[in-house]
Design a protein around this ligand. Structure first.
Ligand code: HGY
Ligand code: MN
Ligand code: MN
Length: 413
């Protein structure tokens, strides 16, 4: 059984059309019109593949496929279908297409599995709209409760609660998205590597062994708007100059920790934002990751202490709000072994590797054994319109995902 490159190409090309920035990459924020159109496409493909689509209280979309033992915990295959601003066509969508393709193969081969299966399209993994990364999987694992629907807002001030309601969901049903550990037999996710390792080494597939710890914060420094010309340097409360110290300190701390530790300030808003006004308020993000949890936690503590020190020194207001904090997660060794055995039997080259990017699988690991397959990213690029993966590589990844899924779900005789 082989995955269809053409059907995978069609999924990814059709989904790429649902963007708020045509010609400038994929921008598909959760619960936007782009989401609605992509959701409709995925739902149609699920129905066409013989699945029963349904949505949970958090807005995740699933396609259910019965097994012979239908009350057994299902094998789940999926990924996310939201994007970063001006992102690529493969981040998330390659994994959703893989899930659809596996369902189509099972339909075409008329395979009945012992266990039921679910094919998942998860929302707000990137956190690009609400800064609530890994939202869909965190809702499923209870890491997010209904109260969080009022604390995460988009740039227009819309809360998750109001946006969910306007999109057609009932926020009071949010907690029904929660599943208990063991209620899923396994979660498998294909994703683009988003780095250069596979392409540089000419390897077909990555077998993810672990995902680094991921933490994301929203920080703010509040000074005082003053005239840029007539206010002496000694009397200023310059929030942007203070933020600049934090940006450079984060970079230095990540470099010092090493072992793949990274620190990024990717987003910054300056107010009031006039060239002749001393910056009053600076709102910025901090993204801190490491394969070693203690290194990540050390940097977080350092940044909090630095923010407080600078605020005291310059008489500024400050806050550093935690949005995401997930420790490093290991993939299930038996799933990694199964994926490796399948690659070998199919003649695909494969190597084990750690993921520097965060993925829903790292949260789903709280519910079930998880496994991830990486496919090569051209030039190692991602989170940009240049993001590209050969469809034939996605198909190879889907092939070994199919084998692993069938191995866990079992074929009914
Ligand atoms: O941020 C990440 O690692 C992922 O792209 N959400
Ligand atoms: Mn991403
Ligand atoms: Mn992704």
């Amino acid at each position: 059984m082989r995955s269809s490159i053409e059907r995978i190409r069609k999924d990814i090309e059709r989904l790429a059309v649902f963007t708020a920035t045509p010609g400038a990459g994929v921008t598909r924020y959760s619960f936007s019109e782009e989401d609605r159109n992509a959701r409709a496409y995925i739902r149609r493909e699920m129905e066409d593949a013989g699945l029963r689509p349904y949505e949970d209280g958090a807005g995740n979309l699933f396609g259910r496929r019965d097994g012979r033992t239908n009350d057994a915990p299902p094998v789940m295959v999926g990924s996310h279908f939201d994007s970063v601003p001006n992102g690529g066509a493969f981040d998330g969508d390659a994994g959703v297409s893989t899930a659809l393709e596996i369902a189509r193969i099972l339909r075409d081969e008329r395979i009945t599995t012992e266990r039921p299966m679910e094919f998942a399209a998860l929302v707000e993994e990137e956190g690009a709209r609400f800064a609530c990364g890994l939202y869909g999987s965190r809702a499923m694992t209870g890491l997010l409760g209904e109260a969080h629907l009022d604390t995460f807002t988009d740039r227009d001030g819309g809360t998750l609660r109001t946006v969910l309601r306007d999109f057609g969901f009932a926020p009071e049903r949010f907690t029904t998205a929660r599943r208990e550990p063991g209620s899923i037999a396994a979660f498998l996710e294909l994703h683009i590597e988003q780095g250069p390792v596979l392409e540089t080494n000419g390897i077909d597939l990555g077998l993810v062994s672990a995902i680094v710890g991921v933490s994301q914060f929203e920080a703010e420094l509040t000074g005082r708007a003053d005239h840029a010309g007539s206010t002496p340097m000694t009397l200023r409360k310059d929030a942007l100059a203070a933020a600049a110290e934090v940006v450079l300190a984060l970079q230095a701390a990540a470099r010092r920790e090493g072992e793949g530790t990274v620190g990024t300030v990717g987003k910054m808003r300056v107010a009031p934002g006039g060239s002749n006004i001393v910056p009053e308020i600076v709102n910025f993000t901090m993204d801190i990751r490491s394969s070693v949890e203690s290194r990540m936690m050390r940097i977080i503590a350092e940044m909090k202490a630095l923010m407080e020190r600078i605020a005291m020194r310059d008489a500024l207001g400050w806050r550093m709000d935690e949005k995401v904090l997930i420790p490093p997660v290991f993939m299930h060794p038996e799933i990694v072994d199964a994926l490796e055995a399948s690659a070998r039997s199919r003649g695909y080259s494969a190597r084990r590797m750690v993921s520097g990017a965060g993925h829903d699988a790292m949260v789903m690991a709280r519910l079930a054994p998880v496994g991830m397959v990486f496919v090569p990213s051209r030039g190692g690029r991602s989170h940009c319109p240049e993001e590209w993966t050969e469809y034939a590589d996605v198909a190879k990844g889907a092939d070994i995902m199919l084998d692993a899924a069938l191995r866990i779900a079992g074929k009914a005789e």
